[in-house]
Design a protein around this ligand. Sequence first.
Ligand SMILES: Nc1ncnc2c1ncn2[C@@H]1O[C@H](COP(=O)(O)OP(=O)(O)OP(=O)(O)O)[C@@H](O)[C@H]1O
Ligand SMILES: [Mg+2]
Length: 504
Amino acid sequence: MKIENMSKKELVVLVSHLQDQIKKQNHPRLDGSSEEDMYKILAHSSQVGFYIMQGKRFRFVNHHVREYAGYSEDAMLDMNPSSIILLKDRRKTAKNATMMLKGQRFSPYEFRILTNDGRIKWIMETVMPITFKGERAILGNSMDITERKEAGKRLEELEALESSILDAIPQAVLGLHQRRINFASNAVETIFGWHREELIGRSIEIIYRNEKDADTIAGLFYAALENQRTFITEFPCKRKDGREILCRMKASRIGERLRDRHIVVTYEDITEQKKAEGELKRSRQELRELSAHLQSVREKESTRIARKIHDELGQSLTALQMDLSWLENRLPEKTEPIREKTRRMAQLVDSTIESVHQIMTELRPSLLDDLGLPAAIEWQADDFQKRSGVRCESSLDCGETPINKELETTVFRIFQETLTNIARHSKATRCRVSLTENGNELCLEVADNGIGITGEQINDHQSFGMIGMRERAHLWGGTVHVRGGNVQGTTVTVTIPLDKGEIQ
Ligand SMILES: Nc1ncnc2c1ncn2[C@@H]1O[C@H](COP(=O)(O)OP(=O)(O)OP(=O)(O)O)[C@@H](O)[C@H]1O
Ligand SMILES: [Mg+2]
């Protein structure tokens, strides 16, 4: 194994083994030159740094020491050994070495050196007292642990990053192995009321309402994660205080396969969000119902007024018209000014009848009641052409299926709004209206050749005409689709299913 890859424990074993070897070799009495030879052999065969220090000088350094320090042998033999130690670490290193030499410390110590090329390296070292050439000396075993230190630092940084990422996530994160919690982020406290330490080692059942729920969700997770990396669902959970919460969960398996049932799950408390969504839905529904009610009241009221005008005003005006005609016929000759006055009165009554008729039609087109939707649309298209000057072609292809009267009114009112919009905004010269019905759905399409409409105009929350059209169609389960560019003009398509015939 390479020294760089050894653990601290393995390094300690290696160093103490070398020291034993030295002790054994030291035992027999040796003369000066054979002693030096023996150290050279040991140093050469050593896998770590090996040096002898005497009188504040290196007496011997092996190639490992020279390599990590970056000095030649001569330079090293010339220097004070402590001079390569980083100034900050010198005192502590000297203290550690003294303790070890006195037999008060046994584990290796670490310090930093400044290499010849100006780099800082981490060294781990042990020292022992020896006798070298008859005098007291220190034998050191050292090794460059810079890479290991840096790797350790990187690992620490990664771990710190990992935990700060987890802390930054508002969801609770739980790591599970065989349905047991082996990791919990700090957010579990906010979401479940448990402190993370309380959850480690416990069964995941603790955060569900009961065992059955825990089995159900485990079944879902494990089945899904066999084939996919992540799985999202919403499921009820239970807090420490017993309160039920609804959580959105996202489970991911750890690794490529679902081996050993190792998974990570994030939990987001969506109880309030769901409640708010429900309330919003309810209030939208209430608004729709209110709007439907108001529209129906308005239609009924218009019909009532139209009938009253017809019955009372219409009949009186007709009677007045007949009386004027009777009077004109009976006026004596030579009363030309009175005759003229009577004629003008008759003309005024005629145009009043015409206006009243117009008002009645606007309030409630009687054609809609008498002849049905296609006829009313055709009449309205003709009337629009006359009044606006926009040429209007209509193609009406409706089957025999009787259409609900209220639905007919809805489609007719939408049609009226599209025509008003064409007159007000489109600058069109022509428009095409088609009404088709195939038994399943009713489709009204109105297309003009005007300036077109933008996405913002279509979706503007202040566009009450558009909103009104959509709302009216929505009541019948239908849709309104508007599209348009500046080349092709604007097309409004209303589609309403016919199967229900009931208000949604
Ligand atoms: N046929 C059309 N051609 C071009 N632009 C149109 C057409 N129909 C609608 N628009 C644009 O879409 C906008 C929204 O129409 P909408 O009917 O909702 O509102 P409005 O007609 O301005 O006001 P009202 O609430 O009185 O109907 C219009 O202001 C207009 O700019
Ligand atoms: Mg409008």
